[in-house]
Ligand binder design. Structure first.
Ligand code: AMP
Length: 283
């Protein structure tokens, strides 16, 4: 696997590959690679000639400096897992390389997504995501870019960036990879105690309950039951648990309000923010 730090060198290298007619798949990550990331890399490796994985802990998307400081950076282990998954190239730029002095830091139009749900809980987060993705796409010009459904609202933000700045990039959304008990893989799971990690299965269970109940009961009553179920576990605070329109994240009250309905959730459990979601319907 090639490792490149310089955005200029990567751009020049990829220009030559593109001129040869090779297709480029891009998987942006913040490292601490787990099987969720690996599934995206494997898919990209199967669908493209060259797969680039980036590892960049983007300071602009952290609203809490402690979170940024303590973000895990197991580089040697990461490199091993990237090679195993079929990544051809690791792009590991410095903060100054991504944000040089002349970097245009103007906010990107996200039609309110940056202040809604996850955006409301993490002010500035989605502007940070949108700016780094725009910059990375300017450098890489991928044919396909791979993101996880796990961070559902992020996929809607990325789609906005693509529409405005890189309409030629195909957005590929990979399904959520889960631990054996249903807990979605996340680098944050490491912060749970062993017991909490086992118990945390209740989040996915609650989402599945909503999906089953919504066929028989009203959507609102299904969500309310799931809310009570989650809150029956000690140490939980629901930050949000809402059904949304999967195209624009607007809250929906009834199943028939959209042909794409997703329930998005963040549960703070033992002081750890756990994100999850489930698609109720998508036509
Ligand atoms: P991160 O390093 O947290 O920025 O994640 C990099 C990419 O991996 C994002 O597109 C995430 O949505 C995706 N991802 C994270 N966790 C999972 C998971 N459990 N299953 C599938 N994709 C995931």
């Amino acid at each position: 696997m090639l490792c490149i730090q310089s955005p200029e060198i990567l751009s020049r290298y990829l220009k030559i590959q593109r001129e040869k007619g090779l297709k480029i798949g891009f998987v942006p990550t913040m490292g601490a690679i787990h099987v969720g990331h690996q599934s995206l890399i494997e898919r990209s490796a199967a669908e493209n000639d060259i797969t680039i994985t980036s590892i960049f802990v983007n300071p602009k998307q952290f609203n809490e400096s402690k979170d940024l400081e303590f973000y895990p950076r197991p580089v040697v282990e990461d490199i091993k897992l990237l090679i195993e998954s079929g990544s051809d190239l690791l792009f590991q730029p410095s903060v100054d390389g991504v944000y040089p002095e002349q970097f245009d830091d103007t906010d990107i139009e996200l039609e309110g997504l940056d202040h809604h749900l996850e955006g409301e809980w993490r002010p500035g987060h989605f502007q940070g995501v949108a700016k780094v993705i725009r910059r990375f796409f300017d450098i890489v010009h991928p044919d396909r870019a791979y993101f996880g459904q796990k961070d559902f609202q992020q996929t809607v933000v990325v789609r906005k960036v693509i529409e405005q700045f890189h309409p030629d990039v195909a957005l590929v959304i990979g399904s959520i990879i889960r631990e054996a008990n249903g807990l979605a893989y996340s680098s944050r799971n490491e912060r749970l105690t062993a017991g909490e990690r086992v118990n945390a299965a209740f989040i996915n269970k609650a989402l599945n309950m909503i999906k089953e109940n919504a066929l028989l009961d009203s959507l609102q009553s299904s969500i309310q039951k799931a809310r009570l179920f989650i809150e029956s576990h000690e140490g939980t605070v629901i930050e949000y648990l809402e059904a949304v329109d999967g195209y624009n994240m607007r809250i929906v009250k009834e199943m028939n309000e959209s042909d794409f309905v997703v329930v998005v959730a963040v549960v703070n459990y033992g002081g750890v923010r756990l994100l999850d979601n489930i698609i109720l319907k998508q036509s």
